[in-house]
Design a protein around this ligand. Structure first.
Ligand SMILES: *Cc1c(COP(=O)(O)O)cnc(C)c1O
Length: 361
């Protein structure tokens, strides 16, 4: 006899993040993790340095200052905000709080891998629903709902496809769920979306007891290394998360830097504008090389190649030139590479290298 983990846990493939090394390249350019091209706000960095003076103290456990900064920015009730060690922690805690063995969890075919991990970690059953044109298919999602469906994860926009659901489709998905099924809207890339028919999910959370929206400081705010995310929840869900989260789950530097980042709206706007310009430039430039690139509303694009072998060949070719993209085999997209929008220099280098690759064939 020996200790055995809960059913499901050994079915989990450990999450592998985007690579940060490229063979022998001295200063590789990392475009594999959807990190911010422009980095964090200088005000956030200054707040981080300031926090270095008080590392002996525990953080304020409820992230009071940060929750109030978020509440003020978005016009929300601070009591219904829960902060986490990245939004990954909150996505996982929701599963810990609500799933029983055998419960079904719906998410779309090419959704974020954390949903599967959180599901299996609770001995629940992942139900991966086919997409249409690499976009969540609400009819298909609803067709997979059963009496056992307890939780639905929706990444909106989705990573790695870059597609999104308009708000009326999100509402239609919600309307088809039982009131005791939790809909978790992961809006990690919300700040980047400039579409009239998009909403991050605040209104749905405000008006329903079974919807949660998660957000992150890792993407547009450029603080991925600090690990800060937040969830806007119905009061009862916030209560559940507050009972099971670590008592000091967001560090002092993280709370202070994130609060400062939120207030630097000029920096956020500059990041969104940079992203829009260069995402569109990358999309057009790579399409001109004869490759398929999906329309993306995030800070990354998905590039399609002729085959899995060609995607791997391009990945190696770029890597030799110090350019690190993300293979998305684990997301069920073997022929694709995901490219994060980078600095102007990085973006030009990627397109030049792709042009070289296409020309030599
Ligand atoms: C990057 C990302 C997150 C954010 O994760 P953090 O833990 O907040 O860094 C969440 N969901 C999706 C779909 C992402 O791509």
């Amino acid at each position: 006899m020996k200790p055995a983990p809960k059913p499901g846990i050994l079915d989990i493939q450990p999450y592998v993040g985007g690579r940060s090394h490229a063979g022998g390249a001295k200063a590789p350019i990392k475009l594999s993790s959807n990190e911010s091209a422009l980095g964090p706000s200088p005000a956030a960095v200054a707040a981080f340095h300031e926090a270095a003076g008080r590392l002996e103290s525990y953080p304020e456990g409820s992230a009071h200052i940060l929750r109030h900064a978020i509440a003020e920015t978005f016009g929300l009730d601070p009591a219904r905000i829960v902060c986490g060690n990245g939004s990954d922690e909150l996505l996982t805690l929701l599963a810990h709080g609500y799933l029983r063995p055998g419960d079904e969890v719906l998410y779309s075919r090419h959704a974020f891998l954390v949903y599967r991990i959180a599901t299996l970690a609770n001995s629940a059953v992942p139900v991966e629903v086919p997409e249409k044109n690499l976009t969540v298919d609400v009819d298909a999602m609803l067709a997979h709902v059963t009496a056992k469906t307890r939780l639905v994860y929706l990444a909106n926009p989705n990573n790695p496809t870059g597609s999104y659901l308009p708000h009326d489709e999100v509402r239609r998905l919600h309307a088809g769920l039982s009131p005791d099924t939790l809909l978790v809207i992961d809006a990690a890339y919300a700040e980047y979306v400039r579409r009239n028919d998009y909403e991050a999910g605040i209104e749905l959370v405000a008006n329903n007891a079974n919807v949660v929206m998660t957000r992150t400081f890792s993407k547009v705010h450029g603080l991925a290394g600090l690990r800060v995310g937040w969830a806007y929840c119905p009061a009862q869900v916030a209560d559940v998360l507050n009972r099971i989260r670590g008592p000091f789950n967001v560090s002092v530097p993280a709370q202070l830097a994130a609060s400062a980042a939120l207030k630097d709206t000029a920096h956020v706007e500059a990041c969104v504008a940079h992203n829009e310009t260069w995402r569109d430039w990358l999309t057009q430039s790579i399409r001109k090389l004869g490759l398929t690139v999906d329309d993306s509303v995030g800070n990354f694009v998905l590039i399609h190649f002729a085959s899995k072998a060609q995607a791997a060949e391009v990945d190696a070719f770029l890597c030799e030139r110090g350019l690190i993209l993300r293979g998305v085999l684990a997301y069920g997209l073997p022929n694709c590479l995901r490219l994060t929008v980078g600095t102007e220099d990085a973006n030009r280098k990627v397109v030049d290298a792709l042009a070289q690759f296409m020309a030599r064939r």
